[in-house]
Design a protein around this ligand. Sequence first.
Ligand SMILES: [Zn+2]
Length: 147
Amino acid sequence: MQPDKSPKNCPFCKIREGKLPASLLHEDELVLVIVDLSPINEGHLLIIPKIHASGMADVDPDTLAHMMRLAQRMNAALRKSSYKCEGVNLFLADGEAAGQEVFHCHLHVYPRFKGDGFGFRSVKGKHFVQAERARMDAVAQELQGLL
Ligand SMILES: [Zn+2]
């Protein structure tokens, strides 16, 4: 079944419209910052553009830049907070294969600490294996042509 990418049933649009509750810590003309309903660790935040766009490609670049500026501020706030925070991850899942579950682009900002049990899974011998320079050059060349 195809995921529902319309704003009609979008939980983040409903939060923006006040139709669903949220713990809001920042709002401006471009974005909302709320506390994640199902946190990886306490202090997990979501930075959400106000305008519905399912994927990153559809978000205005100035809004994306603003999201990153806010992520820096949220990172600093988390590090000063009472929540356990030895490091911070930023995570933006763009597409179902990348782990996107709510199809309204959003940026996760969440505190991390040693032993929190969260992490990406990798397969030894498949991931993080040093690539050959020729392949790396081919990747750079192909993508340069697509910018
Ligand atoms: Zn939405």
